[in-house]
Design a binder for this molecule. Structure first.
Ligand code: UDX
Length: 435
């Protein structure tokens, strides 16, 4: 099939490349000409393991191309995916849909024959209705069908999540588009993916409700971890004991710092905003948002306590600053709260991250990027393991740091407290008692 992906961010680029790898003809469109030129030269603007190889392979076999000419790309395609950003508005919690509606207006000038217009971006319930209104203004005599097909891609695992999805959700109000989409996804269905057809609004809500639930699950275990610290219980035992219940499931039950990323923070806010818009108070999700926003402060208080409230001139080494492993994404990473706070209190901070230097900290005078683990850990007073990169999972801290009194605050519970004690290392983690 002939597809056009509008927007070449995590969603549009990964989905477009994977669709081309399944044998479809795909044009990825973006208004950012610099980004398009980089992509044409095989330079990938995002860090996503495995993506570069797929782009090269499918560009070479001419199934994948890049353009900043939306009109012509749309004319050449039968199925149009809208994959532009829907960030949280600067003021309030609702999603900013200006990019979505801008594309809808562009599309209304580009439809030359029947098209299926798909929102793959995460869009609030009833957005599809609004897009339909915009397109209908151009009396296109139903030369289109607007469909919701949300993605469930995790950064760092996006290709795997595309090829092996738990489910494909297609929300449409007509049989024709449903049939075409089922055909498009048939290679994934053949591999075991469940195909679920719903109304368009239901598909829009499934995406938000799924992310809000996952954020709730994480926040739940983080709060149980807080309790474990007071009564000297190991949260890992709770996660295992709970996770074996098929109704709960073991995934997304790992305690850690506040959740971050480009989705959970914005999607939890947006769904509560949708609730308020339709006079329904989504109080559980609102409390999840508050709890998560408080979490970085709560972990900072533990850092102050570890350093006996003597922060000034103490050297603190952050291992990892991205919001999670296998991504270079810093959006809503808890390090963006913790590092500036400690810097303001006079700490000298070094950070090492496998994805390199971060411009987010450039204005902080006493914060520097260490380009190796050894440099990051050398002569430090406190090591904070912030992101669960594989690079940090079996370090010989004694060898890496000559300072006999090294203290480690492991916010991802990568190590065993017992083993650390045996090595005579002062080791603290999350939800494993206060020792
Ligand atoms: C999420 C959803 O998983 C994905 O389905 C959706 O399409 C986009 O948003 P992503 O934001 O890339 O994906 O990352 P994810 O792996 O879900 O992690 C989100 C946050 O939760 C990270 O900060 C991560 O560290 C945290 N997390 C995740 C935990 O703290 N504990 C866990 O057990 C899992």
């Amino acid at each position: 099939m002939k597809l056009c992906m509008i927007g070449t961010g995590y969603v549009g680029l990964v989905s477009g490349v994977c669709f081309s790898d399944l044998g479809n003809q795909v044009i990825c469109v973006d208004k950012d000409i610099k980004k398009i030129n980089k992509l044409k030269n095989g330079i990938i603007p995002i860090y996503e393991p495995g993506l570069e190889e797929l782009v090269k392979k499918n560009t070479k076999n001419k199934r994948l191309s890049f353009s900043n000419d939306l009109k012509n790309s749309v004319k050449k395609s039968d199925i149009i995916f809208i994959c532009v950003g829907t960030p949280t508005k600067k003021r309030g919690s609702s999603a900013d849909l200006s990019q979505i509606y801008g594309v809808a207006k562009d599309l209304s000038k580009s439809i030359n024959k029947f098209k299926i217009i798909i929102t793959k971006s995460t869009v609030p319930v009833t957005t599809g209705d609004e897009i339909e209104k915009i397109l209908s203004k151009k009396n296109l005599s139903k030369k289109f069908s607007v469909v919701s097909n949300p993605e469930f891609l995790r950064e760092g695992e996006a290709i795997r999540d595309f090829i092996f999805p738990d489910r494909v959700i297609v929300g449409s109000n007509d049989k024709r588009s449903n049939k075409i989409l089922k055909n498009l996804y048939s290679p994934l269905i053949a591999k075991g993916a469940k195909y679920v057809h719903t109304s368009r609004r239901a598909a829009e809500l499934i995406k938000y409700a799924s992310n809000a639930f996952l954020a709730t699950k994480i926040t739940f275990i983080n709060e149980i971890a807080n309790l474990c610290e007071k009564i000297n219980i190991n949260i890992d035992d709770i996660s295992i004991g709970m996770g074996l219940d098929q109704r709960i499931g073991s995934r997304f039950l790992r305690a850690g710092p506040a959740y971050g990323g480009s989705c959970f923070p914005k999607d939890t806010k947006a769904i509560t905003s949708t609730g308020d818009k339709f006079h329904t108070n989504l109080s559980v999700i609102k409390s999840v948002i508050r709890s998560n926003e408080n979490r970085s402060k709560l972990l900072l208080n533990r850092v102050y306590k570890i350093l006996n409230n003597k922060i000034r001139n103490k050297t603190i080494s952050f291992l990892g600053v991205t919001f999670k492993a296998n991504t270079d994404d810093m959006r809503d990473s808890s390090s963006l709260v913790m590092i500036p706070d400690l810097s303001k209190r006079g700490a000298i901070i070094k950070y090492y991250d496998p994805t390199g230097y971060k411009k987010e900290f450039e204005k902080l005078s006493n914060v520097s990027f260490a380009d190796s683990l050894i440099k990051c850990l050398d002569k430090t007073d406190l090591v904070i393991i912030h992101t669960e990169w594989n690079d940090f999972k079996s370090l010989d801290f004694k060898k890496l740091n000559k300072n006999k009194k090294i203290i480690i605050f492991d916010m991802r519970n990568l190590y065993s407290p017992q083993k650390m004690t045996k090595k005579n290392i002062k080791y603290l983690s999350v939800g494993r008692g206060s020792k």
